[in-house]
Design a protein around this ligand. Structure first.
Ligand SMILES: Nc1nc2c(ncn2[C@@H]2O[C@H](COP(=O)(O)OP(=O)(O)OP(=O)(O)O)[C@@H](O)[C@H]2O)c(=O)[nH]1
Ligand SMILES: [Mg+2]
Length: 414
């Protein structure tokens, strides 16, 4: 299944039916009064959050949705029949944005939640309404009102409590496999994970949280290197970021430099996101069996990063230290939730922070999308100048401007 996290959709709510002009015609009643019924309401377009889907792929294929028109009125003062509403099913975590004004219309965060996105027009009035003492036989009726026509952007961000970030190969997917029943692919090459994966982490009876595993980031990701930073928006709704650092990378790179790369990319993408509480996970401790050596290395990393937050040491391969992280996260999340419930000031501040973060993430993602398109245009122009057939060119084989050249099935809306 393709994972699509953006789509642009046009919706047209139904127009209202017209009111009609009609007069009663009955045997032995020579001058029956007006009896033109009202037109009926056009259908609304409503989006519904559905947990059976986790992609907006359907909206890449069908981009326009029209609700039906309300029926015209009938004689004998009968109103027409209202048109049916249409319901568009979207994954939980979808935000609906007016594509012309950029205004956020709403957010679908709970199963079954509905949002009216285009209102059907009301029906017109039949001539009965226009009867008066001076006009017993009005020939006037009104037309139905137009239904809303809107171009909207559907934007999906997965909903999770904890987001995993780190370089490719740090062990993010191995981590989520250890703590949840999610089974993303794990392999010893970079960019094994191409789309976000969610896992529910059960922590004893009735206690659980959701963790999101996203593709790895590399240096220059904010300029489009690797898979870019487009997936970072998927950890924007989390409460905690888990920064996974491989303490003994097989390529011999310095774990401190590696961790700094991630911190930098995060900051470039969104200072608000970088501001989320982060937990440092020093992973692959099984690779340093000597206890003293491990202690020195871990302390070195923490002090070089000037890290004053929470740190854990784990081996996501053997499972060592992983449960401690799980319990820590669960407690942390519960404490925060309790505080939000009890302290309205804190809840307000949290909400404001969340809104700032959303706005920043949206701008950054848009900017990167534009930069990406520009780079593609330049590549194409260069290929054209050189007379290279695009299909023979590595990374240029895809003619769809919106696809990226890594073959990842995450597609930006045009
Ligand atoms: N020795 C050791 N190897 C590990 C550990 N955790 C993960 N690995 C290995 O590291 C490699 C990468 O692990 P993944 O979980 O796929 O890494 P990732 O961070 O999800 O990587 P991307 O999806 O490419 O971003 C795999 O070969 C894992 O088996 C660990 O704690 N110790
Ligand atoms: Mg992975």
């Amino acid at each position: 299944m393709r994972f699509i996290d953006e789509a642009i959709v046009t919706v047209k709510a139904g127009d209202g039916g017209n009111g009609i002009v009609s007069f009663r015609r009955e045997k032995y009643v020579p001058r029956g009064g007006p009896d033109g019924g009202d037109g009926a309401k056009g259908g609304d377009v409503i989006v519904v959050a559905d947990d059976n889907t986790n992609t907006l792929v359907d909206y890449r294929y069908t981009r326009r949705y029209d609700a039906g028109r309300g029926e015209n009125g009938h004689s004998r003062n009968c109103s027409g029949k209202n048109a049916d509403n249409i319901y568009l099913r979207v994954p939980i975590g979808t935000t609906i944005i007016d594509n012309e004004t950029g205004e956020v219309i709403g957010d679908l965060t709970e199963i079954g939640q509905e949002l009216l996105i285009a209102k059907g027009g009301d029906g017109g009035l039949g001539n009965t309404h226009f009867k008066s003492s001076t006009n017993q036989a009005p020939r006037k009726a009104t037309s139905g009102f137009e239904g809303d026509l809107k171009q909207l952007k559907f934007e999906l961000k997965v909903v999770a409590d904890v987001g995993l970030i780190g370089l490719p190969n740090a062990g993010k997917s191995t981590f989520i496999r250890q703590v949840s029943s999610a089974k993303p692919k794990v392999a010893d090459y970079p960019f094994t994970t191409l789309v976000p994966n969610l896992g529910v982490v059960d922590v004893g009876l009735h206690r659980s949280f959701v963790m999101a595993d996203i593709p790895g980031l590399i240096a220059g990701a904010s300029e489009g290197a690797g898979l870019g930073i487009r997936f970072l928006k998927h950890v924007a709704r989390t409460r905690r970021l888990l920064h996974i650092v491989d303490i003994k990378p097989i390529d011999g790179s310095d774990p401190v430099d590696n961790a700094k790369v991630i911190l930098n990319e995060l900051l470039t993408f969104s200072p608000e996101l970088a501001n989320l509480p982060q937990i440092l996970i020093l992973n692959k401790i099984d690779q340093v069996p000597d206890a003293d050596e491990l202690e020195t290395l871990c302390q070195h990393i923490v002090s070089e990063l000037a890290w004053d937050g929470v740190v854990f040491r784990t081996s996501t391969l053997t499972g060592e230290g992983v449960d401690e992280v799980k319990y820590h996260l669960m407690n942390d999340i519960e404490l925060e939730q309790e505080r939000e419930a009890e302290d309205p000031e804190f809840a307000k501040a949290q909400k404001a922070r969340f809104e700032r973060l959303e706005a920043q993430v949206r701008t950054s993602t848009e900017e990167q999308k534009e930069a990406y398109k520009e780079a593609r245009r330049e590549q194409r122009a260069a290929a054209l100048l050189l007379g290279i057939d695009e299909d023979d060119t590595d990374g240029l084989s895809d003619n769809n401007e919106d696809d990226n050249d890594d073959g990842v099935e995450v597609i930006y809306a045009p």
